[in-house]
Design a protein around this ligand. Sequence first.
Ligand code: AMP
Ligand code: GLY
Length: 423
Amino acid sequence: MKVLVIGSGGRENALVWKIKQSPMVDEVFCVPGNGGIAQLAECVNIDQTDFIALADFAQDKAIDLTVVGPEAPLVGGIADVFANKNLKVFGPNAEAARLEGSKSFAKEIMKKYGIPTAEASLFDNYAEAVSYLESLKPPYVIKADGLAAGKGVFIAKTLDEAKAAVKSCLVDKQFGLAGELILIEEHLEGPELSILAFSDGKDVLPMVPAQDYKRAYDNDEGLNTGGMGSYSPVPIVTPSLYGDIVKNILESTVAGLASEEIEYRGVIYAGLIITEGGPKVLEFNVRFGDPETQAILPRLKSDILEPMLACAEGGLSGIRLNWTEEPCVTVVLASGGYPGDYKIGYEIKGLDEASSREGVTIFHAGTKLKNGKVVTSGGRVLNVSALGKDFTQARERAYAAIDKIHFNGMHYRKDIALRAITG
Ligand code: AMP
Ligand code: GLY
């Protein structure tokens, strides 16, 4: 079989790496890929927003399955364009992808089908939003309705900050259309985690839980980032909590969508907070998490293509996933200055030595090949994932591998998965 993966980050490197291990797969292509993916797959430069060009490519190359990494093409309807041309795709169609593309749509579904989530009110008028904020107590949670590249969520400690966030969406239109509608949401407290599942529109096949780290620096200080590390499993998830989340959140959401005649095919990602009153949904994503995927896939022993094909074709109920008990820790190596301004083009040294260490796999995020060398090309540069007999060993392996890697300005968190050990 021939598989095409769309995307260019660490998540897509992990997907390509895992898909390549499938005995069903002969060849993997990636649009556009990165410096690490180029060592595993044929990278092709096609505009990711040009779905017709992508479908033409898939047709020309006789691609059997296209796996879409990021949310933007899914929300934009890539799966619909591929389906119209009878091309198999892993990822929901535009209607189902509204679960991530419109937070108000997701709330509506959750409300209708009794899926636990934070209470929220919708506003498109600045004065009304502000007068509602004035009736609340801090911290305030304000979210742009649409896709905002991870920047549309504000947790404001003061009323002034909250008003400024509302103004940036509704008055200054910082997020364009995506922020013309906002949600003001109840602030929830508790540990966060992510549970991802395959779905064929009917059945749901959950994966192992994972936790990511959003802040730039140790002890959750600094700005929010695209993710500075992750680990799997998550020790706070007892079997009964896991069962509750699978049944009352993941299965209920897919079933709810099905009763709306929306067939959800692909991966459904629930971002959760475990409150005193139980798990509640913070957000849904319609694709694999980044960097959660880089800690989840090294634990997957079974063929990933089987559930992916079943999501596209149906028949997920007959499939089981096998996981290693070993935990996995993923540390993101970032460019100096990230998530603010940073420079790119620095040579990365020590990759071979680091990746040959026991239990370690390195996934590239922002890298490219230049004159046979791997150089930095983004804010998040590399993901160092390590399996171990326990979290202590997995952490030691990841950080020992990182000691071998060098590029100008490299920074990373030293506390990834420490929480899984100390509680
Ligand atoms: P989201 O993109 O919706 O996951 O939001 C980004 C981050 O904001 C989450 O990972 C949480 O840390 C935080 N957050 C979002 N919604 C809430 C909420 N209702 N209460 C507390 N924290 C939240
Ligand atoms: N790790 C968060 C996300 O993928 O959205």
